[in-house]
Design a protein around this ligand. Structure first.
Ligand SMILES: [Zn+2]
Length: 139
C-alpha cells in the first residue's frame, strides 16, 4: 500500500485526554482492546496489544514502544535495529523525540504516545480480557 502521508503527517502532533484516546480507539477498532493498534512513527509498523502479547511483551506497552524492541531491535545497528528485528525498530514514544501524541491522564500527567493506526490495519485479535493497552498505567 502506498503511503503518501509522508513524514509530516507521520509526526503530526496531537494532545488528547486518555478518555478521548480510549473513545477513539473503541470507535476505530471496536471494544476488543487486543485489536487496538498504534503506528510507530519511525518505521510505520502497526502493532496491536495482541502483537505485543504474542511477542511475549507487556501488552500495556503498545502505543508507547515499537514492537521491534521486543523482537530483536534493541542493540541493533544505526538503522534503529531494523536489520536485526523480525519486524519493527527500536523506537519508543518516550525517547529523545517524544510522541508524536501526548495523552493527558486523569491526574494531569502527560504521557507520550504513538498515533493510533488507521482502521483496518489491526488484523490480530485476542478476545479475552483486555490488555489495558491505552490504559497506560501511571504507577
Ligand atoms: Zn518502529
Amino acid at each position: 500500500m502506498a503511503d503518501n502521508s509522508g513524514d509530516n503527517d507521520r509526526w503530526f502532533h496531537r494532545t488528547l485526554t486518555q478518555a478521548e484516546l480510549l473513545e477513539e480507539l473503541a470507535e476505530r477498532f471496536g471494544p476488543d482492546r487486543w485489536r487496538w493498534a498504534f503506528r510507530c512513527p519511525a518505521c510505520d509498523d502497526v502493532a496491536t496489544a495482541a502483537d505485543f502479547r504474542d511477542a511475549g511483551a507487556d501488552p500495556g506497552r503498545v502505543g508507547r514502544e515499537c514492537i521491534g524492541r521486543h523482537l530483536g531491535a534493541l542493540g541493533g545497528g544505526p538503522d534503529g535495529g531494523r536489520a536485526t528485528a523480525s519486524r519493527g525498530c527500536d523506537w519508543a514514544a518516550y525517547g529523545l523525540l517524544r510522541g508524536p501524541w501526548t495523552i493527558v491522564m486523569p491526574d494531569g500527567k502527560e504521557l507520550p504516545s504513538f498515533a493510533i493506526a488507521d482502521a483496518g490495519n489491526a488484523v490480530n485479535g485476542g478476545g479475552e480480557d483486555a490488555a489495558t493497552a491505552a490504559n497506560a498505567s501511571t504507577t
